[in-house]
Write a protein that binds this ligand. Structure first.
Ligand code: FAD
Ligand code: NAI
Length: 466
């Protein structure tokens, strides 16, 4: 059997790429070495983490927010085993959805580890050791990423865990020490704090969420601290002693200084992810990598070897599922001779904590660094009717617009449902909107997105409710 396209990896990049290629009339196969489709995102990433964030948020709300609304419930009791079943069902439902989509689009699914032996040839080794070689006109590498290891610290996924182990802890740890105040540290740290753990986050830099707008990061940190999380910024973990009943974690200032030893039941290592290319045969076939070990591609996702493309976490850019998906669509369109394209200036990012933190486009820090003249409009949820009605008034919307043209350059939201609200900003930016365009768009009342409109009005210093 010869294919038009073989996609290696079925994460959000790979399976979406395969579907788009099939829609465009190509004969497509996907190769997946995991026993289920969907990649990191569906199996051990986006979906299980969001299921636990949802369940743990309701658990916490039932404990403190229901009574003031006049909803009498007895103190909620945690059945962690059932909560993990709920999470597994969420994964299972999504994986089955991808299975269905592969069948619907007549895409062949080949389970096993793929290795490129030559352009147009993919050898697949199944779990039982049997190998077969598939032939194809084009190959897309969509093999994703893996956990970054911390030198000298061994992850056993029981007591010293990565995000994968943190999704399956059998007991709520009394003390959870998180290394890294990035997205995973804050999301999974929030899950276990809500379920009863004391959470300390050790971060190398002197701020949380590097890369995000620093005002947003500062305000979010304050909110997390109010919820009971402790941060040790400008600090690094130098070792974890696993010999006793409690883990002994040595922490020292990033710039050097006195070591402090902290107790923990579980340590979560969340210091980033690295591209995954193990066993793919890239060196043999001559596919070039960049200085950070990512597959090097041009603006059309092509590697230096004709007929081999790459997308998603394994190439440069933010390691986000929707970025991988959009690249999957674009590369299939390019292979089909169309003009596939991804606008990297408008890729939203969301941290699914409470409150949520969402951003798209430039941060204020970016604009300052670029000496770009801008105006800022801010609006707090304390002045939004719906947020007040729901008593969810934490956070604000911040819009950054070009000082001369008023074009929206970046939008940052801290607040309940910020992840849904950022979509409006992304659409506006794709259409090259000015803040005036958003300000003059009728927004339904009473809704949280009215705060986006008010922030847009605030760019011109004419917010109504402030
Ligand atoms: P992946 O999803 O990593 O898929 C790659 C697939 O390739 C895997 O299934 C792997 O088994 C397979 N593979 C690798 N090598 C081979 C081979 N040689 N042969 C065959 N198959 C192979 N992003 C968001 O946008 N939103 C979120 O809420 C979010 N939450 C996350 C939470 C956690 C805990 C983690 C870890 C990540 C999260 N992410 C989130 C990031 C998101 O999961 C990734 O950006 C996304 O999965 C990348 O997609 P991908 O298709 O590039 O690769
Ligand atoms: P991250 O890059 O978001 O954060 C890692 C943090 O660890 C940074 O703050 C960094 O300064 C810090 N750090 C690095 N080395 C350290 C050290 N030695 N000691 C202490 N701190 C150290 O990475 P994270 O949280 O592991 O997530 C990986 C990727 O997964 C992210 O790139 C993200 O895009 C993706 N993801 C996305 C989610 C979402 O979209 N909601 C959810 C979870 C993950």
């Amino acid at each position: 059997m010869s294919y038009d396209l073989i996609v290696i990896g079925t994460g959000p990049g790979g399976y979406v790429c395969a579907i788009r290629a099939a829609q465009l009339g190509m004969k497509v196969a996907v190769v997946e070495k995991r026993a289920s489709l969907g990649g990191t995102c569906l199996n051990i990433g986006c979906i299980p983490s969001k299921a636990l964030l949802h369940a743990s948020e309701l658990f916490e709300e039932a404990g403190h927010a229901f009574a003031k609304m006049g909803i009498g419930v007895s103190k909620p009791k945690l059945d962690l085993k059932q909560m993990l079943v709920f999470k597994d069902e969420a994964v299972d439902g999504n994986v089955k959805g991808v299975d269905f989509l592969m069948k619907k689009n007549k895409i062949d699914v080949v389970y096993g580890a793929g290795r490129i032996t030559a352009p147009g040839k993919v050898e697949v080794k199944a779990a039982d050791g049997k190998t077969q070689t598939l032939e194809t006109k084009n190959i897309v590498i969509a093999t994703g990423s893996d956990v970054t290891q911390l030198k000298g610290i061994t992850i056993d996924e029981k007591r010293v865990v990565s995000s994968t182990g943190a999704l399956t802890l059998e007991k709520v740890p009394e003390k959870l020490l998180v290394i890294g105040a990035g997205v995973i540290g804050l999301e999974l740290g929030s899950v276990w704090r809500r379920l009863g753990a004391q959470v300390t986050v050790v971060e190398f830099l002197d701020r949380i969420l590097p890369g995000m707008d620093s005002e947003v990061a500062r305000q979010s940190q304050r909110l997390f601290e109010k919820q009971g999380m402790t941060f040790k910024l400008g600090s690094k973990v130098t070792s974890v002693d696993t010999s006793g009943k409690k883990l002994k974690v040595n922490v020292e200032p990033a710039k050097g200084g006195e070591t402090e030893t902290l107790d923990a039941d579980v340590v979560l290592v969340a210091i980033g992810r690295v591209p995954y290319i193990e066993g793919l045969g890239l060196q043999e076939v001559g596919v070039a990598l960049d200085e950070r070990g990512r597959v090097k591609t041009d603006a059309h996702f092509a590697t230096n070897v004709p007929g081999i493309y790459a997308i998603g976490d394994v190439i440069a850019g933010p390691m986000l599922a929707h970025k991988a998906e959009d690249e999957g669509v674009a590369v299939s369109e390019i292979i089909a001779g169309q003009a596939g394209h991804v606008n990297y200036d408008v890729i939203p990012a969301v941290v699914y904590t409470y409150p949520e933190i969402a951003s798209v486009g430039k941060s204020e820090d970016d604009l300052k660094a670029e000496n770009h003249a801008y105006n800022v409009g801010k609006f707090p949820f304390t002045a939004n009717g719906r947020a007040k009605a729901n008593q969810q008034t934490e956070g604000f919307v911040k819009i950054l617009a070009d000082a001369k043209t008023d074009r929206v350059l970046g939008v940052h939201i801290v607040g309940a449902d910020a992840g849904n609200m950022i979509a409006e900003a992304a659409v506006a930016m794709e259409f090259g909107a000015s803040s005036e365009d958003i300000a003059r768009t009728c927004h339904a009342h009473p809704t949280l997105p009215e705060a986006v409109k008010e922030a847009a009005l605030a760019v011109d210093k004419r917010a109504i409710h402030m």
